[in-house]
Design a protein around this ligand. Structure first.
Ligand SMILES: C[S@@+](CC[C@H](N)C(=O)[O-])C[C@H]1O[C@@H](n2cnc3c(N)ncnc32)[C@H](O)[C@@H]1O
Ligand SMILES: [Zn+2]
Length: 282
């Protein structure tokens, strides 16, 4: 997974994607010249509208530090910030959870999903709720554009940063923020991948509206989420009410929410309660 420096996309192409998540769209002023050849590890971006300043530290741009929490953080989202979970997430938690939910291999599924994103053809890919970089890093190795790994959890992003550094990936930026208020301009992104997360957002509809706002007209959304199991009512109710691990009631329910957000499904696949789809803006 090595990208040579002469293939690095321009820093300006990356910084121009961002807009303030608070005053939607207002541009950001960067603490370094955007004409630099490679993205610095440290710096800041300041909003030209509300003057809020967002820090870039150790390769992670943080839109949440020091800001008032605008959404409910659910118990499952808290679990995703717990170091022992992060330590076992990529090797054990994700493949095992996926196998239990779908009776199929996570490795094969993730290769297939990355093909659907088609990284070689994209200049800007957002991995929304990227966790420890399970998809973001292989996608960065396959594109000469930018990958943005975005998540609510700082410890997840720190793990993802380590993985990217280990693989000498320089065309990837990690960003901490909320999926319900994305720090990107309208129409900025070529592709959005969102795996294992849409059902965890406190308000999935708000997340879908943000995807529709920031995805370009030609862009694609590739997504994997979960459908409500027909059995184990007790366990499902525990997961939904206590841990706040969500499910979409059915494919129809999900597709209606997508339609209301202005997103049209082009292809879809299901294995037991795992559901994946490729879509674009209406
Ligand atoms: C189960 S992990 C999925 C990680 C990775 N996409 C994968 O497929 O393995 C869910 C991730 O969603 C993130 N997440 C949950 N709610 C979020 C939100 N509102 N905004 C951004 N990230 C969120 C969590 O922090 C966690 O890293
Ligand atoms: Zn602002």
């Amino acid at each position: 997974m090595h990208l040579t420096s002469n293939k690095l996309p321009s820093v300006e192409a990356l910084t121009s994607l961002f807009g303030c998540p608070h005053c939607k769209g207002a541009s950001l002023h960067w603490s370094f010249p955007v004409s630099v050849r490679s993205l610095p590890d440290d710096g800041s971006a300041t909003c030209s509208g509300c003057k809020r300043s967002y820090s870039l530290q150790n390769g992670i741009l943080d839109f949440l530090a020091g800001t008032q929490q605008l959404e409910v953080i659910t118990p499952f989202q808290r679990l995703m910030q717990f170091p022992p979970v992060i330590a076992i997430y990529e090797k054990y938690w994700r493949p095992l959870g996926f196998f239990v939910a779908s009776s199929s291999s996570f490795r094969q599924f993730s290769t297939h999903l990355i093909k659907r994103v088609d990284p070689q053809k994209r200049r800007t890919i957002l991995d929304l709720a990227c966790g420890p970089g399970v998809f973001a890093c292989p996608m960065a190795a396959q594109t000469s554009g930018w990958v943005i790994g975005f998540d609510l959890s700082l410890p997840m992003l720190q793990q993802a940063r380590k993985k990217a550094d280990l693989n000498k990936l320089r065309n990837i930026l990690f960003v901490r923020g909320s999926a319900l208020s994305l720090p990107f301009r309208n129409d900025a992104l070529d592709a959005v991948l969102c795996t294992g997360a849409l059902h965890l957002f406190d308000r999935p509809e708000a997340g879908l509206a943000e995807i529709a706002r920031t995805l370009s007209r030609e862009g694609h959304l590739v997504c994997q989420t979960t459908l409500k199991p027909r059995h184990w009512a007790g366990l499902v109710s525990f997961l939904e009410r206590v841990i706040r691990f969500g499910f979409f009631a059915s494919i129809e329910d999900l597709n209606e929410k997508l339609r209301l957000a202005g997103i049209q499904v082009e292809r879809q696949w299901s294995r037991r309660i795992i559901h994946a789809f490729q879509a674009r803006r209406l």
